[in-house]
Design a protein around this ligand. Sequence first.
Ligand code: FE2
Ligand code: FE2
Length: 261
Amino acid sequence: MSLKNRLAKLIIDPAFRNPGLMQMIFEIDDATGIDLVKTLSPFKLMPASAELFQRSFAHFVAGEEISYACATGLAAIAPDPVSKRYLLIQAGEEMTHLNHFNTKLQQFGLGETRIAKFVSPGFKKFGETIQKRVEAGDYVSAMVGNNVIVEGLAICLLELGCRELRDNSDEISKFLDFVLEDERHHVRFGEKRLKAWNAWGLVDERQVEDFYGEMWSYVVEAINDIPDVVESMGLKPSALLRDAKAYFEARFAGADLAITA
Ligand SMILES: [Fe+2]
Ligand SMILES: [Fe+2]
């Protein structure tokens, strides 16, 4: 481990473990007008500026809200009892993730309803679009939208991004891995169910392709809305788009669907 990572760990781990310390840093920022967090962030001693930090969290919170609502809706329209049970468990896990992110924001003194104002317009379209499919009883599209696209994007952000943050803090790694473990299961469930439904002839490949095309346009819009947030997670928007597309299409290939956006 590099000296820089060791030094960063000395600062970030206690701050993340004892949120009062981070709250104090944010309060000093507010009181003095000196963005201490931003000053330290180029050295990767802090996650980002206070505002970027809050905006990153705001998108995770929004993502969990979308997944919670969609998993609940999917459970209601799931055609078989096993899927229904799994989706209810998933909804419970999404609620836990939502609390996980919200609790940390509140401990840092950043949790307020105003985080909703940080969420990019493109991001908001994910939930609205999937919810329409749930209401229409279109189980396959809703599953693709939530368990492949929204959850898959979370995996890309948490796995491909945050590398430097992870190197600099065991506490942040633990915090992110708690959510990531569940999201991997949720995406795997989506891919396996899609494969089974496809094998039974219940998937209209063209319809999935059209819906994926629509969702993909929102992914592009969302990522282009928040390039600074994406960059604060150590990712370039163009590289994230390339990798996310490859990730989604590998899931479709896993379900024996040759689909591309
Ligand atoms: Fe989640
Ligand atoms: Fe999930």
